[in-house]
Design a protein around this ligand. Structure first.
Ligand code: ZN
Length: 306
C-alpha cells in the first residue's frame, strides 16, 4: 500500500502532539518536512476563507482521504458543481522556485517534489473511483498557490496552476459558472464521505532509527537544539530561554522512552542521546536521583520508581 510520507506526518501533528514534539528531533532533512507542514496548515486556513463563497450552490469537501486499488490518496479540496467536479491541490509555498522540464527547484537549486505529478495522480485515481461509483461527470484539477510571497519562474502558460495573484479572478470565473445542485450530487457527496478513511496507516509514525535521529536536547519553547551549558544551566541560542540541565535530561529520557519503547534506560544511551552534557557522571546523578537502578553488571539499567 502506498503511503504518502508528507501526509502521514501531517496527521501525527494533529492527532498526537506529544509524539510530534519528540520526533521533532529528526535530522535536518526531516525537519524540512515539519516546516513545510506548518506552512501547509496556514495555507489551508487561507484557502478555506477563499473557497467559502462557492459553498452556496456547490458542495465543498475538504481533506478527503480515499483509497482506490490499494492506493491511498488525499484530496485537499473537492468541489462538486452541477457539471464539473473540481479537485484542488493547495500549496502554501513561500519564496522563489523555478521549473526545468518536469522538475521543480527552489531558488537555491534544491529539487522539490513536482506538485503537478501529485495532482495528476490524484485526478487519475479519483476518476477511476468515480467510474466505479457509476458517476459520469467531468473533472478539472488545479494546483493552487495561496501564499502571496510565492513566485514560480519559467512556468509554461498551459499548466493548471492558479497563482496567488490570480486567485480573485479565478474565483470570479468560478462564481459565474452556473451550478444547480441536485439530489444525485448530494448522493455522490454522501458516498464520498462514507468512503473517507479515518483510521489509516497515515496515523502511524514515519519509520525512524536511532542512528537517523539528531542527538541533543531541544529547548522546550522553540525546539532549537541547545548548544551551550553554563554551569548547570542550558541557554537557548535562539530564544534565549534558560533551563536547569536536570529537567532537560529528564524530558529527554521521556522522549527516548517514547521513541524507543523497547530500549532500556542506561547511562551510556542517555549520555549519547542528550549529547550536550559533557560528563557521564552528571547523567548518572540525574538518573540515580530520579529512577531505580537495576544492577545487572554490563546490562544495568534504570526503571521508573513507581
Ligand atoms: Zn528556545
Amino acid at each position: 500500500m502506498y503511503i504518502d510520507y508528507e501526509a502521514s506526518l501531517r496527521v501525527i501533528r494533529i492527532k498526537d502532539s506529544e509524539i510530534f514534539k519528540c520526533s521533532y528531533a529528526l535530522a535536518a532533512k526531516e525537519e524540512n518536512y515539519y516546516l513545510n507542514l506548518e506552512k501547509g496548515y496556514k495555507g489551508e486556513e487561507k484557502f478555506d476563507e477563499w473557497i467559502k463563497p462557492l459553498s452556496n450552490d456547490r458542495i465543498v469537501l475538504n481533506d478527503l482521504l480515499l483509497e482506490y486499488n490499494n492506493t491511498l490518496f488525499q484530496i485537499d479540496s473537492l468541489i462538486i458543481s452541477s457539471n464539473t467536479i473540481y479537485i484542488f491541490e493547495v500549496k502554501n509555498y513561500e519564496s522563489d522556485f523555478f521549473i526545468e522540464g518536469d522538475r521543480w527547484y527552489s531558488i537555491s537549486r534544491t529539487e522539490i517534489k513536482n506538485p503537478l505529478l501529485q495532482l495528476q495522480r490524484n485526478e487519475s485515481l479519483f476518476r477511476r473511483l468515480l467510474q466505479d461509483l457509476g458517476f459520469n461527470i467531468s473533472i478539472e484539477s488545479y494546483l493552487i498557490f495561496v501564499n502571496p510571497e510565492f513566485h514560480l519562474y519559467q512556468s509554461p502558460l498551459n499548466l493548471p496552476i492558479i497563482f496567488p495573484t490570480q486567485l480573485n479572478r479565478f474565483m470570479d470565473k468560478m462564481k459565474k459558472r452556473p451550478s444547480n445542485i441536485k439530489d444525485t450530487h448530494s448522493k455522490l457527496a454522501k458516498q464520498l464521505l462514507s468512503l473517507h478513511l479515518k483510521e489509516t496507516p497515515f496515523n502511524r509514525l514515519p519509520e525512524y532509527h536511532y542512528d537517523q535521529l539528531k542527538k541533543g536536547m531541544t529547548c522546550p519553547v522553540c525546539q532549537t537544539f541547545y548548544n551551550h551549558l553554563k554551569k548547570t544551566t542550558l541557554i537557548c541560542s535562539s530564544c534565549g530561554g534558560r533551563e536547569e540541565y536536570e529537567s532537560a535530561v529528564l524530558r529527554n529520557v521521556e522522549e527516548f522512552k517514547l521513541l524507543f519503547p523497547k530500549s532500556k534506560i542506561t547511562i551510556s544511551d542517555i549520555y549519547e542521546w542528550c549529547n550536550t552534557i559533557k560528563d557521564k557522571k552528571t547523567i548518572r546523578n540525574v538518573l540515580t536521583n530520579n529512577f531505580i537502578l537495576i544492577r545487572r553488571g554490563k546490562s544495568s539499567h534504570y526503571v521508573n520508581n513507581d
